[in-house]
Structures are given as structure tokens and as C-alpha cells.
Write a protein of this length. Structure first.
Ligand SMILES: C[S@@+](CC[C@H](N)C(=O)[O-])C[C@H]1O[C@@H](n2cnc3c(N)ncnc32)[C@H](O)[C@@H]1O
Length: 254
């Protein structure tokens, strides 16, 4: 299962792909607000961003829930000269390193987290005062979600007798804005209604001791994302409501 995901993930993180671009934007934002220091990519997958940040001069670390992903990340890190102890498997929602970090990125991970507030407070404890989080959330009423639902409607024939799985992906898309919903059971997906808009994500960080410094909203539709850095106020308004991913930088306060 993890190997299959690893292959799929490798394709999704090719140069110019959506995930790769998202990670590069996150790296640039970290550099803008915290030009040096100790950096962690939580849910690092195959470790692309860890390597990228290390090459920008950060003391970069990565952790992931999946041991298979971690092995690949370690191997990729070794090729860049990073010691294997820069990577560690984490227990559900826990940061597996003792030190505090100057910046932590959490990209594409929140859909898998059950209790967003609790997790965000744990992350806060692992940051130095004034430290940064760069995180993404999925907007469940995005253009991408509408498109995916429409596509699924036409693909019903491909599911043949497995209509339960067809219903499952539709339900996951409606509830969470992602194909899998970040969970396997109907019950998990049913619970996953907490934080799937830019506004609710910002509010969640605010009530857990952060303030928002910057944000970018990405559609996952390359045409609409081309001018993301130069959007006018109307474009920003639309993107904040209908883009698929909200990527924001939050600073630890208090
Ligand atoms: C969609 S991938 C994103 C990977 C990478 N952050 C990126 O943006 O390209 C989600 C990753 O989060 C990991 N993950 C899911 N739940 C996690 C958790 N509770 N703690 C750490 N990693 C987790 C998965 O194993 C997977 O590698």
C-alpha cells in the first residue's frame, strides 16, 4: 500500500507538479520570514522539502507517520549528504525530536489529523518563541472539488460492481475536499468537517496562539495558479473562497 502510494507520490512530486510547486512556495515563504535556523517538515513524505531547505542552509529535519515513506526520505537525504538521524518516524501527531524549531512546515497533512486544535498546540510547543508554521488546508468547496465530483459522475461505469467505493469517494470529496478524505472509514470521514476553508483554518491557528503573517491560495488548476503572486483584490477574494489549498504562514505569539 505504502509502496503504491510512494510511486504515485513520486509522480505527483515531479518538477513542475502541483505538490512540488506547493512545497517550493512553502520553502520560499519560510525563507522570507525566517532566513536561517532549525527547520522541520512534519509529514515529509519522500523528503523533497527537507533536502530543498538543507540546500538553502537550514538545519533541516523531517518526520512522517509512514516508515516506508521515511526510508525513501532517508535514502533521498543521503544522496544530498544528510545524515539519517535527520529523519524520524513519528507517533500519531507527535514531533519525535527533543529540540525546538525555528520553523515547521505541515503540508498536506491536516486532512489526516483528527483533532486539529490539539495537534496545533503540540506543534506550538515544539517551536521557539516567535517561531513559524507553514501549513496547508483543503477547501472543501473549491473549484477542484466541483470538478472532481463532476468527473466522478462520468466515471461511474469504471467502478463496475464496486459502487460502494464510488459513493465513498464522492462522500469524501463533499465532506473533506479530498478523494480519500484522509481516512478509510465512513465514520472518520463523517467526523472530518472541522477545518476545510481558509477562514476556519486561520481562526483555528489564531485560537491556538498564532497570528497569520502571509498566505497563498492555490487552485490546483495550473491556469488559475499562474499569477498567484500578483492577484488583485477580487482575484484574492475568489481564491480565498474557491481555491483548493490554503497555504499560510503563522507566527507563534504570546
Ligand atoms: C499528501 S502527503 C504530503 C507529503 C508532503 N508533505 C508534501 O506536501 O509533498 C501526506 C503525508 O503525510 C503523512 N502523514 C499522514 N498523517 C500523518 C501524521 N499524523 N503524522 C505524520 N505524518 C503523517 C503521510 O504518510 C504522507 O507522507
Amino acid at each position: 500500500m505504502a509502496e503504491a502510494w510512494a510511486v504515485e507520490y513520486k509522480n505527483k512530486t515531479k518538477k513542475g507538479s502541483y505538490y512540488r510547486t506547493r512545497a517550493e512556495i512553502a520553502g520560499q515563504l519560510v525563507q522570507k520570514y525566517c532566513p536561517t535556523g532549525k527547520y522541520l517538515d512534519f509529514g515529509c513524505g519522500q523528503g523533497f522539502l527537507v533536502g530543498n531547505m538543507a540546500s538553502r542552509g537550514y538545519e533541516a529535519f523531517g518526520c512522517d507517520l509512514s516508515p516506508e515513506m521515511l526510508k525513501i526520505a532517508q535514502k533521498n537525504g543521503e544522496e544530498l549528504g544528510l545524515p539519517s538521524n535527520r529523519f524520524c518516524v513519528n507517533e500519531e501527531n507527535d514531533v519525535p525530536f527533543h529540540d525546538r524549531f525555528d520553523a515547521i512546515s505541515i503540508l498536506g497533512v491536516y486532512p489526516y489529523i483528527q483533532d486539529h486544535d490539539l495537534f496545533t498546540r503540540r506543534i506550538r510547543e515544539k517551536l521557539r518563541d516567535g517561531g513559524l508554521v507553514v501549513a496547508t488546508c483543503t477547501n472543501r468547496v473549491s473549484f477542484f472539488t466541483y470538478g472532481a465530483l463532476l468527473l466522478n459522475l462520468f466515471r461511474i461505469k469504471n467502478y463496475k460492481s464496486n459502487y460502494k467505493s464510488w459513493l465513498h469517494s464522492n462522500y469524501a470529496l463533499i465532506r473533506t475536499g479530498t478523494w480519500s478524505g484522509g481516512g478509510t472509514s465512513w465514520r472518520d470521514i463523517g467526523r472530518a468537517s472541522r477545518c476545510y476553508s481558509a477562514q476556519s483554518f486561520d481562526e483555528m491557528f489564531l485560537r491556538n496562539g498564532f497570528r497569520c503573517l502571509d498566505s497563498v491560495d492555490l487552485f490546483n488548476l495550473s491556469l488559475l495558479d499562474k499569477g498567484y503572486a500578483e492577484r488583485r483584490p477580487a482575484g484574492k477574494w475568489v481564491a480565498r473562497r474557491f481555491a483548493w489549498n490554503h497555504l499560510a504562514v503563522y507566527e507563534k505569539i504570546g
